[in-house]
Design a protein around this ligand. Structure first.
Ligand SMILES: [Zn+2]
Length: 194
């Protein structure tokens, strides 16, 4: 794992060969989650995303908790998934990050996503396991200039949402009512299709 800064946002980049099993304590002991424990994806699922063709895990600081003195307590969310379009070469990016020679451009086409258990198509009622950009959550992630570069309404997140090619329902081609960055499988057959 390595603390890096890309597109003005500081986060911990997790490499495919990082022993997150060993790091599990660190990853999860200080985290907070809005979803609740039962909604968290399995640890195996995190490991799959850790070395995906177009996915990596990352940990962001979160300053949501304000103390009585008015300062903010840094907390750590459960790992997010950073996802790129399919044609990205993440093996190359891993090397660049390790050698400190990456640039903002390497992350420009990426977007940060949460894992959710079920994505529902409102049209045909199909259900999928997918990665979703949670735009209902107000992100307050530490950055150099402000703490708000990755919240809804920020230039960074708005540009990413505008430029990312979000998924439609594989069954009926309807757009989802939420931003679905990746679909893993339809919930009926429980098979990975990526
Ligand atoms: Zn559908």
């Amino acid at each position: 794992m390595k603390w890096i800064k890309a597109e003005s946002v500081n986060f911990k980049y997790i490499f495919p060969n990082d022993d997150i099993m060993k790091e599990e304590g660190e990853l999860f002991k200080t985290n907070i989650t809005l979803l609740g424990e039962k909604s968290n994806p399995s640890f195996d699922f995190y490991k799959t995303l850790q070395s995906g063709v177009n996915t990596r895990l990352a940990i962001f600081k979160n300053y949501r908790l304000k103390t009585l003195r008015g300062d903010y307590v840094p907390l750590y969310d459960t790992p997010y998934c950073i996802i790129w379009p399919d044609d990205v070469n993440l093996t190359e990016l891993d090397k660049k990050v390790a050698n400190d020679c990456f640039s903002d451009e390497d992350f420009r086409r990426s977007i940060r996503a949460r894992m959710v258990k079920i994505v529902l198509c409102r049209n045909c009622r199909s259900e999928y396991m997918g990665l979703v950009v949670d735009s209902s959550e107000v992100y307050t992630v530490e950055t150099e200039k402000t703490n708000f570069d990755y919240r809804l309404g920020s230039e960074l997140l708005d540009n990413k949402i505008k430029n990312y090619k979000f998924k439609k329902c594989p069954n009926c081609n309807s757009p989802f009512t939420i931003y679905v960055a990746k679909i893993f499988y339809e919930c009926e057959d429980k098979k990975f299709t990526w």
